[in-house]
Design a protein around this ligand. Structure first.
Ligand SMILES: [Cu+2]
Length: 346
């Protein structure tokens, strides 16, 4: 069985792939359910609840599209060079206008037409090659968190219209990030030039429904304070469009705080406790909590499952930040094991 690294750009399985695995007869249609497996060693299958088609009037037509960010991991183009795995990523900075609410629109810089930029994903020890093309009308750069030589640190400006290549080994495993490092960095980050960078451990983590959540702020009137906040780019989005997850199924959140101007925020999950893997750099959790404090650029893996169906909020416990857009809901639906066995028997 192929693992998610062998699947290339997306870990979403097409109907053809499901047919190969004999799963298509289980009542699954490509349009209504997405399945993926998370490692070759395990036979476990993670099931992702179908998301209703979002009404055209509410679906963001701009660079901020939180549902697209949620479970979308960019594994790059895989090449073999001198016996090594190279993951080549292409990132292009551009400009977009996003709609923060019914009246406020805001000019941002995007990466590959989206905010946050793509969630890049490699395995520890891979060689990462990032082709960065700046078309955003201003000098920018991409600075990756991780271990790499000084010349690959991404602090040198890449002028508008030009390109550069960042290349380094993916290490150490964990949840990391990348962002523009041109001054004022606060502005370049708050206007959109950031993304998550996940390095998987050599032995994959257990199967789980994996979700990326990136907390960010918008300072729309240049007063060095945020007027809007968001998970995955769009204020309040997951309040109106809850993230569906299955009851009793392991959820693995990759959470990043990239809110500028506020020194730290918390992340709080309702009606549950999560296992904490600080910076994603451990394979066993260090503790359990239901609120965790995160400084700027701090990130963690948080794992949990929900025992009871229903709707549960998640948000920073700085309630003003939550009320200004950094707010969401999980919608816990039918038990995954029950759903799976029902479909197999039908
Ligand atoms: Cu920049």
């Amino acid at each position: 069985m192929p693992n998610n690294f062998a699947l290339g750009q997306e870990n979403l399985w097409s109907r053809r792939q499901l047919l190969k695995l004999g799963l298509a007869g289980a009542g699954v249609t490509g349009a209504t359910a997405l399945w993926h497996t998370l490692n070759a060693q395990s036979k476990s299958i993670v099931k992702i609840p179908p998301m209703e088609a979002i009404a055209p009037t509410t679906a963001p037509k701009n660079a901020a599209n939180p549902m697209q960010v949620l479970r979308n991991f960019d594994y790059g183009t895989v090449k073999q060079e001198n016996g090594r795995t190279i993951r080549e990523f292409r990132l292009s900075a551009g400009t977009s206008i996003i709609q923060l609410n019914s009246v406020v629109s805001y000019n941002i810089w995007d990466l590959n037409g989206r905010i946050p930029g793509p969630t890049l994903r490699a395995k520890q020890g891979d060689r990462v090659r990032v082709l960065f093309h700046n078309q955003a009308g201003h000098s920018h750069s991409l600075h990756f968190h991780g271990v790499h030589p000084a010349e690959m640190d991404g602090v040198r400006p890449v002028s508008n219209g030009s390109a550069t290549i960042y290349e380094f080994d993916a290490e150490p495993y964990g949840v990391h990030l990348y962002h523009c490092h041109i001054e004022p960095v606060t502005r370049h980050i708050a206007k959109g030039l950031y993304g998550m960078f996940i390095i998987d451990p050599p032995k994959p983590r257990p199967p789980a429904d994996e979700i990326a959540l990136i907390m960010a702020g918008y300072d729309v009137n240049d007063d060095n304070r945020n007027e809007f906040y968001a998970f995955n780019g769009q204020p309040h989005y997951y309040m109106d469009n809850p993230i569906k997850i299955y009851q009793n199924q392991l959820i693995r959140l990759y959470v990043l705080n990239i809110i500028e101007f506020d020194p730290a925020v918390t992340f709080h999950l309702h009606a549950n406790f999560f296992d904490v893997y600080p910076t994603g750099m451990t394979l066993t959790p260090t503790h359990k909590a239901d609120v965790i404090t995160m400084g700027i650029a701090e990130r963690h893996i948080l794992e949990f499952s929900f025992r009871y169906p229903g709707k549960y909020m998640f948000h920073p416990h700085q309630d003003a930040i939550a009320e200004n857009g950094c707010m969401g809901n999980f919608e816990v639906v039918a038990d995954s094991k029950k759903a799976l066995s029902t479909q197999k028997n039908s």
